[in-house]
Ligand binder design. Structure first.
Ligand code: 4NP
Length: 164
């Protein structure tokens, strides 16, 4: 497949969960030398934090596990994202519902909860850590690391020749 497979992670503010997924999946893709095959972005359904860096707590906890989120800037999901992304992955059920409301007729890509890529995670959500404590950020990292690994396996098996 010559065209890149594109993945958009979506949460509410695009400063905690979806940038964490963006940074973790980006690193995983680089570790597998697949950056020429997979494009990654993240967005929020809300507009409060447009242009901002990820939440300081999200950056610190990610950094402790070796993920750099400092280059990311928040943006809001746009109608053009449905033309640009093959996978649009929501962190929670409200994000998913908001994405589905925007979804144009005929969109042929994949829209689901991100944690549907966890074997045991069907219907499971990445909880919003914004108003909570440190444990919330660690939990987000745990969930996102596991789901990212499964997502990469899925994309490679479906879209990418193993002799890339
Ligand atoms: P996120 O977390 O959706 O994981 O980025 C939030 C960030 C900001 C707000 C809510 C959730 N907020 O209400 O500003």
């Amino acid at each position: 497949m010559s065209q890149k497979v594109s993945v958009l992670f979506v949460c509410l503010g695009n400063i905690c969960r979806s940038p964490t997924a963006h940074g973790i999946f980006e690193k995983l893709v680089e570790q597998h030398d697949l950056q020429d095959h997979i494009e990654i972005d993240s967005a929020g359904t809300g507009d409060w934090h447009i242009g901002k860096s990820p939440d300081g707590r999200a950056q610190i906890y990610a950094q402790k596990r070796g993920y750099d989120l400092s280059h990311l800037r928040a943006r809001q999901i746009a109608p053009s994202d449905f033309a640009d992304f093959d996978y649009i992955l929501a962190m929670d059920a409200q994000n998913l519902a908001d994405i589905q409301l925007m979804q144009p007729e005929g969109y042929s890509g994949h829209i689901s909860l991100f944690l549907d890529f966890l074997q045991s995670g069907q219907g499971q959500e990445v909880p919003d850590p914004y108003y909570g404590g440190d444990q919330g950020f660690e939990l987000v990292l745990d969930m996102v690391e596991q789901a990212s690994s499964n997502l990469l396996d899925h994309i490679v098996a479906r879209h990418i020749n193993t002799d890339h």
